[in-house]
Design a protein around this ligand. Sequence first.
Ligand SMILES: Cc1cc2nc3c(=O)[nH]c(=O)nc-3n(C[C@H](O)[C@H](O)[C@H](O)COP(=O)(O)OP(=O)(O)OC[C@H]3O[C@@H](n4cnc5c(N)ncnc54)[C@H](O)[C@@H]3O)c2cc1C
Ligand code: SF4
Length: 339
Amino acid sequence: MLRMPQFELVQPSTVDEAVRALAECPGALVVAGGTDLVPNLKHELFTPPRVVSLAAIAELRGIRRESDGSLSLGAMTPLAEVAESELVRSQAPALAQACSLIAGPQLRSMGTLGGNVMLDTRCQWYNQTYFWRQALGFCMKKDGAVCHVVKGGKNCVAAASNDSAPALMTLGASLDVAAASGRRALAIDDFWVADGIYNKQVARDELVTRIRVPATGAGHRGAYGKLRDRGSIDFPLLGVAVRLELDAQGAVAQADVVVTALAAQPKRITKVAEALAGTKPGTAAFDAAVEAVGALAHKQCKPLPNIPGDADYRREMVPVYVRRTLQAAARREGPVHHV
Ligand SMILES: Cc1cc2nc3c(=O)[nH]c(=O)nc-3n(C[C@H](O)[C@H](O)[C@H](O)COP(=O)(O)OP(=O)(O)OC[C@H]3O[C@@H](n4cnc5c(N)ncnc54)[C@H](O)[C@@H]3O)c2cc1C
Ligand code: SF4
């Protein structure tokens, strides 16, 4: 049986108390729903002296529409609530769809949006028990000095595997971040660091308090596509978030595609807007442009053997999921996945 390491549990009821509890104990960690942190504690990937629970902080919960039409989602909002929210489904369909495909129903009830944004990177050589990792001499993300994915590699390439992240990137979201030293806003595009050991610009003693999604209009279309082993529960082998903005004539004015589960940060595919601009969904020109975007994504995405699933197969599935997810968004459908 895997046991939890010992730690002090602190249960603040305000954000200020929480950030103080983090600041006064170096190495302390936050727990939200615990659906990722608890298995990681049992695997001895983290051995914090203190764990600060966010469960009793009321201001971290709930979804609301602000006066400028933007959405404000509390970090402690359960994934199931994000997935089912009419506000999110209508204004940010890619986010609702991504959250609807995270893990399984029980985990979506426990797991939170903030915990998903802050999810640790994943690797098949790392998400293992201490005994398993020890047998291999560990690796540089935890307790060791080598990388088993890139032989001789100097950087950890564990994969960003949080499904909400690419959707939030296509939506131009930002994070409200609190620390003992003050509060700040951070654009999700500035959140990432290309280092699988810790891929975030939010430090361990900081809290994500809210996730903000700018207003979208009538021409907004979004969808999420996910490749995974078992349709009912698995982490992504690939995640594809897309955004289309249609003008008054129904032609594409703006477009964005972000792919995740590749390396430490999700990848925005370049030249997508140029390829799709001016085409109208439902026409041969749009279909040809979608085909071209799939080819761009195939060229730009090179999955590694960091997470389970054959890397060559995952690469061949990139254009398939990009095409299907773009077409689903155009038809106001999605998510794209197999069950
Ligand atoms: C079987 C299984 C399948 C899963 N499948 C998926 C999947 O398909 N896709 C996916 O994305 N995830 C998946 N997960 C992971 C996890 O369930 C989700 O990512 C969930 O959203 C994590 O949220 P949580 O509230 O449980 O986070 P926790 O486990 O509580 O925390 C996760 C990390 O975030 C930090 N943290 C949490 N909240 C905050 C905050 N507000 N501010 C700062 N730091 C914070 C914690 O310190 C910790 O490092 C799966 C987990 C399991 C066990
Ligand atoms: S990518 Fe390399 S260093 Fe990073 S977790 Fe995997 S094996 Fe370890």
